[in-house]
Design a protein around this ligand. Sequence first.
Ligand SMILES: [Zn+2]
Length: 196
Amino acid sequence: MNKELTNKIIESLKKIPGISNKQANRILNFFLESNVNFTNDLFENLLKIQSQTKKCKQCLAYSNNEICDICLDKKRASKLFVVFENQDIEKIEALDIEKGKYFIFNENINLKKISQETSTKLDLLLDIIKKFDEVILCLNTDLNGQITMQYLKKAITDLYPNKQVYQPSIGIPFGMTIEAIDPISLRQSILNKKRI
Ligand SMILES: [Zn+2]
């Protein structure tokens, strides 16, 4: 087997987030065992979708056009969900709630070093926010996500002191026993208790 080519492919596959050396080897083995047509079709389709897809200039979601259909939709409520990635939009769209618009932030803020790219994205977000009455920071609820939401909240309210900024409350997932829930979520869900 061509060692040099193997290493090159493994290194490329490891650039995919979450793919370890072992998983990269498993993917390579899968293709070595596959039919040539299968590999050809997959890579042709990947190239096709890569060439057709761009990022919407307003919300940074994947789109076939400069501005995506959601951003162009005039019927939506004046609320902006700031989400982490494209899949989050599909998830929120599927909920039976009033539809708003979205902005894909796609990273956690590193307070020690804010890159030029992050700061350009933040400027774009702050500019878009002026069109909305309500902003819902819907990022991941782990520590880095919380730091990012706090940072965004401050940046937004510094510029627009009257803007309503929300984040989803941390609660107990449906069907979960109290024993299995972590203390931070349990504390928050008791603080956010509702009258029944
Ligand atoms: Zn858009």
